[in-house]
Design a binder for this molecule. Structure first.
Ligand code: HEC
Ligand code: HEC
Length: 617
C-alpha cells in the first residue's frame, strides 16, 4: 500500500467517524419534544426537548424556534411563574431537580433538589407553592417558592405522572400512571389522588373504571368544573383472541367532577372500527369549547365538543334514548363500553409527525409535541370543519438510527390491525402495565402478569412459562398474535435492537447510588436463603425453569422461568399471576413450604432486609 492510498483511507475513516457521530445511535442528537407550555398571552411556547436536554422557545407569530435553553438533564415538565420571568423545569434523573430558568437571560439560575424522576411541576394560583410529582418515589414534593425550600413530600399511589390544580388552589389532582395492588382480582385500576393543599395530605383517591392503566395527563377545564384524564381502558379479562371493537385495549378519557371529587364517567376515544391508540396529552381550549387529546400511538389529535359531551352524559344519567322505535336506552354505566358515544361529538385530526405527546392550545391553534419526528404539530381550528394541519421541524432533519426506529415501532399503533394498540399499550416504557393478560401462547384461562422487557433479550427463554425460546421470537409473535399484523423484518429487528438497548433505572431504594445498611444485610441473607442459586448476579436469573410452589389451578406444579430481579422495584405485582403486591408477600405468604428459597426461619426484620436488597437491584 503506498502512502497516498493510506492517506486516502485515513481520510475516509475520519469521514466515516464524523458521519458516525452525526448518524450514530447517540440519542442526544434527537430532540424528542415531550411537553409544551404556552405563555399566558400565547406569544411563546416552551417545548421540553427530552433527549436534547434543552427547552426550545417557539414564537407563535413567527412560527419558529427563537431560542433554546440548556438544561442539565432531560426536561420532563414545565411550569411558568405568574410574573412570567421564571420557568420551572423538572429534570428526570434519580437525583431529580427543578431548574429555575430566568426567561430573559435564557439560562438556569438555580437548581432545587427533589425526588427520583420528577415531573409535572404545578404552581399554586397565588404563586407561593410549587408541586412536583416524583415519579419513582411515588410522592409529591411541596416547595415554598419564597424560601425555595421543600416543605414536605406527600405519598401517593404509584408513579405520579401528571397533575393539575383547582382554580382556587385548594386541591391538586395527581394522576398515578399505573394501577396499585394485586393483579389477580376482579377490579384493578390506577387512581387519581386528590391532595388537600392546605392539610398537605391526600383527601381522596378516585378510582377509575376497572382496567384503567397508563394514565398520561390530566387537565382542569378553564371554568374549573371538570378534570379530564387520559388513559388506557384495558379489557384484560378477555382472552386476547381478537382486536375488533376494542376487545383488548380501548383508549379513554375519564371525567372527574372537581366539586365533589367523583368520577363522572369515562368516554372512549376510539371508533367502532378504528382505535385512537395511546392517548397522551390533554388540554382544553381557553374558550371552554373543546377538549383536545393527543394520541401518541395513532399520530392524531381528537377534538371533543365539551358542552355537547356533558349534555349527552347528563342525558345518559337519566337513560339516553338511542332509538325511539326500539325503546333502546343508554345509561351512564354503559358509556365506558360504548364506542359510538362520542361519534358525533368528536373530530379526529390526523397529524403529519410521529408520536404526539404533550399538547397546548392557544386561541384557535392546537399544538402537539411530535416526539419521534422532532416536530411541532400546529392544528388551526378556526374553520372547525376543515382544520389546517402543519408539522414544523424543530431542528435539522435526522436520520433515525435502528434503535430509534425500533422505539418508534414499539410505540406505533399504525402497525396494529385497526390501530387499537401499540406494544407500549401493555408495556409502557417497555415495562409492565400492572395487569394480567390471557395470551394464547400457553392456552386459555390462565392469565399472566404483563412482563417488563428489560433484559428479555439477555435472558432466554422468555414468557413466564419459558414457552418462547428467545425474546426475538416473542417480539414476532407479539406482532402476529397480539397486533394481528405481519411482522416486517426490518421493524421486528429494530424492535429487538431497541429492547436490547434498554438500561435499568437506578432503584429509588439506593442511598446515594449505594445499598442502604438494611439492603447490605439483605444481601447476605440473599445468599443464605439460597436465592442466589436461582437468581445469581449480575442478571439475577439462571435462566432455568423451576416449580417453586407458586402454581395454582391450571398451573399447579407448573415450572416457571426464573425471572430477573433487576429493576423489580418497578414491576409489581409479582409472581406469574400478579398475586403478590409486595416482595414480603412473595417471601412469606406465598412461600409456605420453603420451596421458593429458605425464608420460613427468617424473622420480620430479616424479611424486610432481604426485600430491601431485592428492591435495590
Ligand atoms: C395485550 C397486552 C400486550 C401487548 C399489546 C403486547 N404484549 Fe408483550 N407481553 C404481554 C404479556 C401479558 C406478557 C407475559 C406473558 C407470559 O409471560 O406468558 C408479554 C411478554 C412479552 C415478551 C417476553 C418477555 C420476557 O422476558 O419473558 C416480549 C419480548 C414481548 N411481550 C414483546 C412484545 C412486543 C414486541 C409487543 C408489540 C408487538 C407486545 N409485546 C405487545 C402483553 C402484551
Ligand atoms: C429454585 C429456584 C429459585 C429460588 C431458590 C428462588 N427463586 Fe425466586 N423465583 C424463581 C421462579 C421460578 C420464579 C417465578 C415464580 C412465579 O412466577 O410464580 C421466581 C420469582 C421470584 C420473584 C418474583 C419476580 C416477579 O417478577 O414476579 C421474586 C421477587 C423472587 N423470586 C425472589 C427470590 C428470593 C428473594 C429468593 C430467596 C429467598 C428466591 N427468589 C429464591 C426461582 C427461584
Amino acid at each position: 500500500m503506498n502512502c497516498y492510498t493510506a492517506k486516502t483511507i485515513a481520510y475516509i475513516v475520519v469521514g466515516l467517524i464524523s458521519l458516525a457521530n452525526t448518524y450514530g445511535a447517540n440519542d442526544n442528537k434527537y430532540l424528542s419534544p415531550l411537553k409544551i407550555l404556552a405563555s399566558k398571552e400565547g406569544k411563546n411556547l416552551y417545548i421540553a426537548e427530552y433527549t436534547a436536554n434543552q427547552v426550545a422557545v417557539f414564537d407563535t407569530e413567527k412560527n419558529k424556534v427563537t431560542d433554546t435553553i440548556r438544561i442539565p438533564g432531560p426536561p420532563s415538565g414545565l411550569a411558568l411563574s405568574d410574573d412570567r420571568n421564571k420557568l420551572y423545569v423538572t429534570v428526570a434523573s434519580p437525583a431529580g431537580k427543578v431548574c429555575i430558568v430566568n426567561i430573559k437571560e435564557k439560562k438556569v439560575t438555580e437548581n432545587l433538589p427533589v425526588g427520583h424522576t420528577p415531573t409535572a411541576p404545578v404552581i399554586s394560583p397565588d404563586g407561593r407553592f410549587l408541586y412536583v410529582s416524583n415519579r419513582f418515589d411515588n410522592n409529591v414534593s411541596i416547595i415554598d417558592l419564597n424560601t425555595k425550600k421543600e416543605l414536605t413530600r406527600i405519598p401517593v399511589k404509584r408513579e405520579p405522572i401528571a397533575s393539575a390544580i383547582t382554580t382556587d388552589g385548594k386541591f391538586l389532582f395527581v394522576a398515578n400512571s399505573l394501577p396499585y395492588g394485586s393483579a389477580n382480582t376482579n377490579y384493578i385500576s390506577a387512581v387519581v389522588s386528590v391532595i388537600d393543599t392546605k392539610a398537605q395530605k391526600v383527601a381522596k383517591n378516585i378510582k377509575l373504571p376497572n382496567g384503567s392503566t397508563e394514565l398520561h395527563d390530566i387537565c382542569i377545564s378553564p371554568d374549573g368544573k371538570y378534570a379530564y384524564v387520559t388513559h388506557i381502558l384495558a379489557r384484560y379479562q378477555m382472552p386476547t383472541t381478537q382486536l375488533e371493537r376494542g376487545w383488548m385495549n380501548t383508549n379513554a378519557l375519564s371525567i372527574i367532577n372537581v366539586q365533589n371529587k367523583e368520577l363522572l364517567n369515562t368516554v372512549l376515544l376510539d371508533d367502532i372500527d378504528l382505535g385512537a391508540a395511546n392517548p397522551w396529552g390533554v388540554t382544553c381550549t381557553r374558550d371552554n369549547k373543546y377538549i383536545c387529546v393527543a394520541h401518541a400511538g395513532s399520530h392524531e389529535i381528537t377534538l371533543i365538543d365539551r358542552q355537547k359531551m356533558h349534555k349527552k352524559l347528563e342525558n345518559a344519567a337519566n337513560g339516553y334514548e338511542i332509538s325511539k322505535s326500539l325503546k333502546d336506552k343508554l345509561y351512564a354505566d354503559d358509556v365506558k363500553n360504548d364506542l359510538a358515544f362520542l361519534a358525533d361529538l368528536k373530530q379526529r385530526v390526523k397529524l403529519y409527525g410521529k408520536g404526539p405527546r404533550g399538547i397546548a392550545a392557544v386561541g384557535n391553534k392546537i399544538y402537539a409535541a411530535e416526539y419521534f419526528s422532532d416536530s411541532l404539530a400546529v392544528v388551526d381550528i378556526a374553520n372547525k370543519n376543515q382544520p389546517k394541519v402543519v408539522s414544523i421541524k424543530l431542528g435539522p432533519e435526522q436520520k433515525l438510527s435502528t434503535i430509534r426506529k425500533g422505539q418508534l415501532a414499539f410505540h406505533d399503533a399504525s402497525l396494529c390491525f385497526q390501530q387499537w394498540q401499540s406494544c407500549s399499550s401493555c408495556h409502557p416504557d417497555a415495562r409492565s402495565d400492572g395487569l394480567n393478560w390471557d395470551l394464547l401462547n400457553d392456552g386459555l384461562g390462565n392469565p399472566k402478569s404483563s412482563k417488563s422487557l428489560l433484559l428479555s433479550h439477555k435472558t432466554p427463554p422468555v414468557m413466564v412459562t419459558g414457552v418462547r425460546d428467545k425474546a426475538q421470537t416473542a417480539v414476532r409473535s407479539g406482532i402476529k398474535y397480539i397486533q394481528f399484523a405481519q411482522p416486517a423484518p426490518d421493524k421486528a429487528n429494530a424492535i429487538d435492537q431497541y429492547l436490547e438497548s434498554l438500561k435499568p433505572v437506578p432503584s429509588p431504594y439506593l442511598v446515594n447510588g449505594k445499598l442502604s445498611d438494611d439492603a447490605k444485610k439483605g444481601k447476605i441473607l440473599f445468599e443464605k436463603a439460597n436465592c442466589a442459586s436461582c437468581h445469581p448476579a449480575p442478571l439475577y436469573t439462571d435462566m432455568q425453569k423451576y416449580d417453586v410452589g407458586t402454581g395454582k389451578g391450571l398451573e399447579k406444579n407448573q415450572k416457571f422461568d426464573t425471572p430477573t430481579l433487576v429493576e423489580i422495584w418497578r414491576t409489581a405485582p409479582y409472581l406469574y399471576d400478579g398475586r403478590a403486591n409486595t416482595i414480603k408477600q412473595v417471601l412469606k405468604e406465598y412461600n409456605e413450604k420453603d420451596k421458593h428459597g429458605k425464608t420460613n426461619d427468617l424473622n420480620e426484620k430479616q424479611i424486610r432486609q432481604l426485600a430491601e436488597f431485592v428492591l435495590s437491584l
